[in-house]
Design a protein around this ligand. Sequence first.
Ligand SMILES: Nc1ncnc2c1ncn2[C@@H]1O[C@H](COP(=O)(O)OP(=O)(O)OP(=O)(O)O)[C@@H](O)[C@H]1O
Ligand SMILES: [Mg+2]
Length: 527
Amino acid sequence: MNEILEQAIDGVSRLSDLRLYGRVKAIQGMLVEIEGLGACLSVGDRCHLEARNHTPVPCEIVGFRDDRALAMPFGPLEGVGLGCRATIGESQPVAFPDNGWLGRVISAFGDPIDGGPSLPKGPAAYPLNASPPPAHQRQRVAGKIDLGVRALNTFITCCRGQRMGIFSGSGVGKSVLMSMLSRYSTADVIVIGLIGERGREVKEFIEEDLGPDGLARSVLVVATSNESPLMRRQAAQMTMTVAEYFRDQGQDVLCLMDSITRFAMAQREIGLSAGEPPASKGYTPTVFSEMPKLLERAGPGIGEGTITGLFTVLVEGDDHNEPISDAVRGIVDGHIVLDRAIAQRNRYPAINILKSVSRSLPDCNRPAENEIIDKAKALMAVYEDMSELIRLGAYRHGSDPQVDEAIRYREGIEEFLGQEKGERAILQDGYGQLAKILGISFEDPDVSSRNLEAVTPEMASIDSVPSDFAQASEVPPEGNASNASTLTSDVSAIVETVIEPSETSEIDTAPTTQEAKDSVPLSSDGD
Ligand SMILES: Nc1ncnc2c1ncn2[C@@H]1O[C@H](COP(=O)(O)OP(=O)(O)OP(=O)(O)O)[C@@H](O)[C@H]1O
Ligand SMILES: [Mg+2]
């Protein structure tokens, strides 16, 4: 048997080198027709065109016409003409991600573009166009993730492994919100795909928004708007591939993509070039089949790790029913709607709470937490219904107690929802802050234990702290709207006051709820 094998090996080694190649037969726009390789290639395969100056131009096969393969280039077609050679490349493009990729900025091909050294090659090949894990083998979404943005944490709570869309028209604050998420969220690893965005924004994002600490736990995949549609599409796929690698290491990954619309536009360009018929708003059918394939890759894995995905969607003409928004909304597990009208009155992030949904709510919350957010939402809904009349001065105070209440709490809630770009919010603090604004008593075991952890054990045993905190929480918001941002320090102050053993009498001097109410002047908006 060995002898036969040896003879076979000998025979193969004596064969002369064989290289298959085809020839460019036609070029139309970005589409190159290749003759001679039709039988050896399939859709999605790679090939290389040899330009007249001998530089290789990588291409992907996007279709076939008669017996010719249709290829699209990843770069410019300069120097490619009729008769140029086309050689076969890899059939399933892969990447070899590694922990050493953290802190780096890479291209759609996984090459470093931050001027740093070459990237280490990981042990396993990860396909760029991988399929999502089988649905029945996936874990369920895990506990809550702290996104560092108060309005999201409290009203549109996101769980580990959840996928959310951030929807807005142009210039309403998607990228800024994304930068806040990348800096403040508590994920182990952050993989950020900047797909088809402005080149100017990339450096700004890295240096100002992410900063050295943020970058150290992130991998950035960048394809700017000037790059070819194949590069933009592949950058989105590379983003998911890198996220999958870290998920398979058991990490909680936050995958941020700005924007999924540019991915869809890239796929539209590819489809139209390959001769697909345009369907809705010029988007070709493959756009709507590729988007779920990409977005489904985020989510829980088979093992421990998760990919929490947040994808921005540029809503064309502020029409939230345009085809891409509609398609993404149907795929993801929740949507965050940014509203131009809210941005125009300078409340950022301009999240429209009533139009946004997280599908892990209310199940991921405790009943007491749901009670607070339900009350706040009800007040917001009442105000929203009456806002025109209130603004015009057509509403008379006292006509409807519900509307009076909504007006009274309006300022406090708005203050709560606003957040400076440089401010970090903590998930578990949000409920206490909102409860205080709404005058609801709320006792959060997590906050209490966290504050008590900071003090000595005998002080921590003073059990009056949580109830005092609850009393303090009942102070109504009038004239105290700014309390939302300073509440954490207020709570600490209360805890400090209460736990000082030599000043235990202070506990008695803290105002009761009624006294506190009496001492706060009511605004003319109120009663
Ligand atoms: N949290 C914020 N605080 C203050 N200003 C903000 C905030 N968010 C957004 N803005 C303002 O809105 C502008 C546009 O924001 P951003 O670039 O994030 O919008 P975008 O939705 O990503 O726009 P595009 O669709 O054009 O990419 C910013 O330049 C800034 O002036
Ligand atoms: Mg943007």
